[in-house]
Design a protein. Structure first.
Length: 682
């Protein structure tokens, strides 16, 4: 009985001690101490979540949202639960991590395990302690890895090893991966019962993996202390009709074969990651049904592609790539303009070679309907993608083009087109590139247009045009450039911004322009139509901020028609007509009101107005109480501004003016039969 009482006392004391320790931990007293010790040893701030140990069996420790921030990496999780299923060797730990997240401030390739304690370089001579025997079961739910060259999300992982670093482990994982090597986000899964590792190495053989719906085998070895890695993956799908929905593309009835192999290596901690691979998609066919906001594809798509790829020092190269993509049997629609029916050609044939710095396009043949274009040249592999490309579109009759262009659907298209040219410079910035237009010809083109760009531009009716051009545009400036042509829009009903034109109103333009490399010379620019006739000649330089020296002849302009064509400006445009010969010299600054442009205006103007009312200034109270009938814009002068709004342009007027006004009114003043002539300056 004495020993029973002693044992009971010891057990009671132990229980009281355990309960006291648990109570102390649950109170949060240890949380600050742990954070301080981690900061002292690592220099990294730790924000530790609340720690709880419920009084239950088996013992369980839970940690709420936690974050550890270091200079190169941030690690965090939403919750961590550790259950100790066995308190004696072999221990049994069950770990569940919810939404762990690792953020690398750089590429994955910059991070590698180096020699650590007990490595070959350790001269301390201390013997490594024998690892404790324990079983580990690990579950990761919704994990994520972010870096500049690789993103992994929706990672769900199950890991089990009966004896730590002794028995082969079971591993099952699934995630979505986005990398520089492959476009888009791809689903990846891995499963193996032969995953082994120790303090020195990680090995796996016969790993079953799924990549974008294709099954693969993976094997390899990582030597941790040496920083050496070699992993090989191989995909073989000789018959895609037996593979369920590869690539997560909304398609069915797959045919053809796929073969991919890739080797991922790292020679040492000081060497970068490298990858080499080869792929072949042979006679791949599928019925595709895919759509986004601007493009849709519905029907049979076929393709064959073979090539090699490599990855080294954060650069991807394609040493060889050849093949074709054919959408002839598919219905393709794009941007509300193209509508290609089945049995109409749409195909691209490609042959290219590349290095980490550029890709050399040996051949790129593109065909849409009867339009066939050949392209060749080089493009760099890094933004802004500097290119040197040639384009050759052979002479093509446009008869029947209405079959694929929606705005021309109910038309009978006539004419032909030719285009040959070169592009030298960044593909993302035409204004920084050199464009050599060897030959552009649109000859005797005619069609009926029916186009509506969601209210911005509407056009319905016949158009006709003949345009010829050749020359060079260097960084936005025309250089040795020449163009001429005519455009007929007489029967076209048009809405473009504030402009309205009815189908019965005439409108035509003729032009002939050239450039000597300094300025654009307008030899002839004549617009004739329902508003009257305007002819222009002169020079324009600096396309982005045009500097003009122009002579404009108006014969006459019908202001009454302008009131109808520009309904937003109806209240500020009087009835009548204007005839004149004026000159413009200075700069046009887009994005500012026209009257603020620093232009000097001179010449002679004749104005004939049956009636003109000078608007009185609006009292501030009335202006605030009465909303304007027309929403104000930057181009709409306020009536309170007087005859013309003040600005750089209106202060540099130097016009000889002759005016005939039938009735002139201002407030209660009425003047009839006004004939005046004189000079407006400022």
């Amino acid at each position: 009985m004495k020993y029973v009482k002693s044992l009971a006392f010891v057990l009671l004391s132990l229980v009281i001690g355990v309960v006291g320790a648990v109570t102390l931990i649950n109170s949060g007293a240890f949380q600050n101490r742990i954070e301080q010790e981690v900061r002292a040893k690592t220099g990294a701030p730790l924000k530790l979540g609340r720690i709880q140990i419920p009084l239950q069996w088996p013992p369980t420790v839970s940690v709420q949202a936690t974050e550890l921030s270091m200079p190169d990496v941030t690690m965090q999780f939403k919750s961590l639960v550790v259950t100790i299923a066995a308190l004696l060797e072999p221990y049994d730990f069950r770990v569940t991590v919810l939404e762990p997240k690792v953020i690398l401030k750089g590429p994955v390739s910059a991070f590698s395990a180096g020699p650590g304690a007990g490595a070959a370089g350790d001269k301390s001579g201390a013997a490594a302690a024998a690892p404790a025997r324990f079983r580990l079961v690990l579950n990761i739910i919704d994990g994520e890895l972010q870096s500049t060259d690789l993103n992994i999300n929706k990672l769900n992982l199950e890991f089990e090893q009966k004896q730590w670093m002794k028995n082969p482990a079971k591993l099952k994982a699934a995630a979505r991966v986005r990398s520089q090597i492959f476009p888009g986000e791809l689903p990846v899964s891995v499963q193996t019962d032969s995953f082994t590792f120790s303090e020195d190495s990680v090995k796996a053989s016969a790993v079953k993996a799924s990549f974008a719906g294709l099954n693969a085998t993976v094997q390899g070895t990582t030597l941790l202390k040496e920083g050496r890695h070699r992993w090989v993956a191989e995909v073989k799908a000789p018959d895609l009709s037996q593979v369920p929905a590869p690539f997560e593309i909304p398609a069915s009835q797959w045919q053809g074969s796929v073969e991919l192999n890739a080797e991922l290596t790292k020679e040492s901690t000081a060497k970068p990651w490298a990858a080499d691979g080869r792929g072949a998609f042979k006679n791949v066919k599928a019925k595709v049904k895919w759509k986004n906001e601007k493009i849709s594809v519905d029907g049979l798509v076929s393709a064959s592609l073979e090539g090699r790829f490599s990855y080294f020092e954060n650069k991807v190269s394609v040493p060889a790539l050849s093949g074709y993509v054919d959408l002839e049997m598919a219905q393709v629609e794009a941007y509300g303009i193209l509508s290609k029916p089945p049995n109409t050609a749409l195909r691209v044939d490609l042959a290219a070679e590349g290095t980490p710095d550029k890709i050399d396009i040996k051949k790129l043949e593109a065909q849409l309907w009867q339009l066939k274009a050949d392209m060749s040249g080089t493009v760099t592999m890094k933004a802004p993608y500097d290119g040197k490309l040639t384009l050759d579109l052979q002479p093509t009759p446009l008869k029947g083009l209405e079959a694929i262009i929606l705005p021309l659907k109910n038309s009978l298209v006539q004419g032909d087109v030719v285009l040959q040219g070169e592009w030298i410079g960044p593909l993302t910035d035409p204004w920084a590139s050199q464009i050599i237009l060897k030959n552009l010809r649109l000859k005797n083109f005619s069609a009926d247009v029916n186009y509506d760009a969601q209210g911005a531009v509407k056009a319905r009716g016949p158009i006709a045009a003949t345009i010829e051009a050749h020359g060079e545009i260097d960084k936005g400036k025309p250089k040795s450039f020449q163009a001429s042509g005519n455009v007929q829009l007489g029967g076209l009903a048009l809405v473009a911004g504030p402009l309205r034109k009815e189908a019965k109103q005439a409108l035509a333009a003729n032009f002939s322009i050239r450039s000597d490399g300094v300025a654009l010379q307008i030899d002839q620019m004549a617009v004739t139509g329902f508003l009257g006739q305007v002819k222009a000649s002169g020079t324009v330089s600096e396309p982005l901020k045009p500097k003009v020296n122009l002579r404009i002849d108006m014969k006459p302009l019908d202001l009454s028609e302008a009131r109808v064509a520009l309904p937003e400006y109806r209240e500020i445009v009087p009835k009548g007509s204007v005839t004149g010969l004026i000159t413009l010299f200075g700069e046009i600054v887009f994005g500012t009101p026209w009257h603020a442009w620093p232009l000097a205006v001179g010449g002679d103007v004749k104005v004939n107005l049956p009636e003109y009312r000078i608007a009185a200034p609006v009292p501030p109270e009335a202006a605030a109480a009465t909303p304007p009938a027309i929403p104000p814009t930057s181009e709409t002068p306020s009536p309170a501004a007087g005859f013309l709004p003040r600005g750089a342009l209106t202060e540099k007027l130097n016009l000889q003016v002759a005016a005939t006004i039938g009735i002139l009114t201002k407030d209660t003043l009425t003047v009839k039969g006004v004939d005046a002539s004189g000079k407006i300056t400022k």
